[in-house]
Design a protein around this ligand. Sequence first.
Ligand SMILES: [Mn+2]
Length: 318
Amino acid sequence: MSDLSEFDRGDHAFTAGTVKGRRTEPMYSGALSFMRRLYSHDLSGVDVAITGIPFDLATSHRPGARLGPQAIRRASANLAWAPHFPSGVSVFEDLAVIDYGDLVFDPGRPHEIPALIEAHAAKILAAGASMVSLGGDHFVSHPLLKAHAVVHGPVALVHFDAHSDSWVDDADRIDHGTMFYHAVNDGLIDPACSIQIGLRTYNPDNHGYTIVDAPWVHSHGPQAVIERVKATVGDRKAYLSFDIDGLDPAFAPGTGTPVVGGLSTAQAVEILRGLATINWIGMDLVEVAPPYDVSDITALAAATLVFEYLCLCARRQA
Ligand SMILES: [Mn+2]
C-alpha cells in the first residue's frame, strides 16, 4: 500500500507546520490557501507573503474582482503538487512562501481603504518579506507601490495590461484606470526604466513609459519582448503588475474590461520565463473577476502566472 500520510493529513494550509516544501493534497478537497502554502500571519523566515486585496470599488465598468483572491487560490490547488515545468525548479524548497490571507476593510468607507492597503503592505515589507498581492481591481497597485517605494525608492514597473492605466485624473479620485499616472507624479515609479506590455486601448500620452503594445507583441514575438524588457529595466529594482486583461479574452474572459487582440497565456508565460535576471521586488496580479469566468480558466491563468513569478524569485535565490 502506498504511503498516504500526506493525504491523511490534508488541509496543509493549516497543518503543514513549515513555510517550505511542496504539498501533495487532492485539488478537490481541503482548506484553500495559495498553492497549499501555510496560512499564517507569522512572517519570521518568510521570503514571499501571498495576500489578497479583495477591493473592487475603483472599477469603472463591470465589478467582481473582489472575488478574485478566492478564485485564484482555488485554481492554484491544481498547481501545488508538481515542480515547475520545464525548469524542474523546486520553488518551495528554495523559497519560503506563505499565504498571509486577505486584507479586511469596511466597503462602506471607501476613502479609508487606500491607506489600509498601504499599511497592510508596509507591515509585511517591514518584516523583511516580499509580497505577491492578489486583486482586487487594479487601483490596489497604487497604495501597494506607495509602501514599496518607502522601502525601495522609485521602482521600475513591468506592467502587463490591455490598458495603460495612466489616463489623467484628479489625485483624490479612486479609479482603476489612472494609478500609473499618479504613481509617476508621486515618484513611486521611474517611467524611464518602466515598460507596459500588451496595451490595446488609446491613450494620447505615454507619460514616459516604454510601450510594447499588443500588435507589436504579435508581430515580433515573446523573445523580442524579453529583450525590450531587459533593455528598459536593466538592473533596477522592478515591480511586476499583471492585469489579467493583458491576456486576450479568449484566454481570460473573467475580467471586468476585456479587450480583444491580447496576449495568449502561452505568450505571457514565455515572456515571464525569460525575465529571471530582472531584480524583482514584488508583484500584483489583478482584475480577475470570477462572475465572468468560464471553467476557471482566468483564475488558472492567474495562479499560473504567479507561480511563474515565484519560480523567478526561487531561481535568483538558489
Ligand atoms: Mn486593464
